[in-house]
Design a protein around this ligand. Structure first.
Ligand code: S3P
Length: 183
């Protein structure tokens, strides 16, 4: 049997899908704390993400990301925003599930490109053709997000507070059902 889920909400999805913005709003709606795996990795490494990629490569970053999930185990009452590539490491799947209720924020390719082309903080998009990189990464990752998520929310056209409210309500139902799953 699967171990019980901790009372957290985990946001997954592609770079630029709004995990941090929606996560902060959701945390304040619920009175939860907000955590961001990218921020935790950077704090632990005492270096920004771009520097970690430069020094340790993507592999080094992914190891740190997994260690962050392990360190979060046991905590509750948090909305946890994750890096867009968290689903690419197989060993992260059970760690994410154990941590809580997993919500995929889905946004179309064109809108993602519009949002992420505004800044240079994402080393994986430092390529000659970021538009194509986004397309290729999304094609690989969408099935992984789908497999990991308890719920998918298409956020385009919705306000931040509407999305946060919808997730908060669905989380209440999820945790209430989980509490009575032995009935
Ligand atoms: C990554 C996404 C980034 C960050 C790193 C790698 C990815 O986080 O973890 O640059 O592999 O998609 P955001 O999704 O918050 O941009």
């Amino acid at each position: 049997m699967e171990p019980p889920r901790l009372r957290n909400i985990i946001l997954i999805g592609f770079m630029g899908c709004g995990k941090s913005t929606i996560g902060r709003s959701l945390a304040s709606t619920l009175g939860f704390r907000f955590a961001d795996t990218d921020e935790l990795v950077a704090a632990e490494a005492r270096a920004p993400i771009t520097k970690i990629f430069e020094r340790e490569g993507e592999d080094g970053f992914r190891r740190r990301e997994t260690a962050t999930l392990v360190a979060l185990d046991g905590t509750e009452g948090q909305v946890i925003s994750t890096g867009g590539g968290i689903v690419t490491r197989e060993e992260n799947a059970p760690l994410l599930r154990r941590l809580g209720y997993i919500v995929w924020l889905a946004v179309g390719e064109d809108e993602i490109y519009r949002r992420v082309s505004r800044n240079r903080d994402r080393p994986l998009l430092h390529t000659p053709n970021p538009r194509k990189t986004i397309h290729d990464l999304m094609a690989k990752r969408d099935p992984l997000y789908a497999a990991a998520a308890d719920m998918k929310v298409k956020t385009e056209g919705l306000s931040i507070s509407d999305v946060a409210y919808g997730i908060a309500e669905s989380a209440r139902v999820f945790f209430a059902n989980a509490a009575h799953s032995g009935d």
